[in-house]
Design a protein around this ligand. Sequence first.
Ligand code: ASP
Length: 345
Amino acid sequence: MATINTHTKVLLIYTGGTIGMVRDYDTGTLKAFDFKRLLKSIPELTQLNCQIDSVSFDTPIDSSNMNTTHWVAIASIIEEHYETHDGFVVLHGSDTMSHTSSALSFMLENLGKPVIFTGSQLPIGDLRTDAKENLITSVQIAALQEKDKPLIQEVALYFEYKLYRANRTTKINAEQFEAFASLNYPPLVESGVHLKVYNEHLLTNRQSKKFFVHKVLDNNVGLLRLFPGLNPSVLNSVLETPDLKALVLETYGAGNAPTDAWLISGLKEAIKNGLHIVSVTQCSGGSVLMGQYETSEQLKKMQIINGKDITTESALAKLMYLLGSNVSNKSFKTIFETALRGEMQ
Ligand code: ASP
């Protein structure tokens, strides 16, 4: 049975996003909240039986402005406080939360503590805000311990009563409170009258290997979504991008692509010249099944990387992480096709 011990320490990391904003009722505009006042304005947090500390980005940002430098900053804060805290809650805008949290899942190797991303659709100061529940339950989950060990030992994302494995999520709605989905992996925890933890879905750092933070990411990566009518010159301009090292190709359905000679030869040539191309499905759920249809046979033959059921967000982050880790060209495909943090089947 998971419980919260009074000595448990949770670190709140505030990066920005709607959650930390208040509405100026005179002008109707949203403005950044004084984060130091956050704990005071949510007295419910003090009822949780744990100690909550906080750090904030000097300049909180809308998550549309997130980049790899910010990812390194978040990872570094976690590294700095890893020994002193039992769990981490990252407050982040919802727009790119799946990207940042997927990246963090790769950057934090042998993670043995919870890193829970959360945010909200309405600012914390709004009457009908979803921020309070998201924040309070995230802290509660980050503080959960079983036999004196953190219950969650991975990067997760909590939104609207569900905790998901972060690198399985996608933002699917800009209007409803249920903004995220994880179509290829079930929730880790559901919050109702009780917190229902699905232990069988959790990742665990069983061998207690040493925690390590990867801070080198190589963003010479691209993304191309196939669509009927794709023009050869658009394909070529992408494939000929200077310094491009890897490309996520969003294919149709179970990994299918047109059989046009210009497309097949363009991709084949690029792979021969050293570009890593990953096929992911542009469907929200399901998996690439290379060779199931004639329209993916050619891709399979040219040794395109099989992204299986990975999300686009996670594929991009995994590429930046692997390119930054100097993985050899020979083993790149095999390593990409291996689940490193539960991000694919
Ligand atoms: N634009 C905001 C952001 O992602 C939206 C949000 O926080 O939900 O930072």
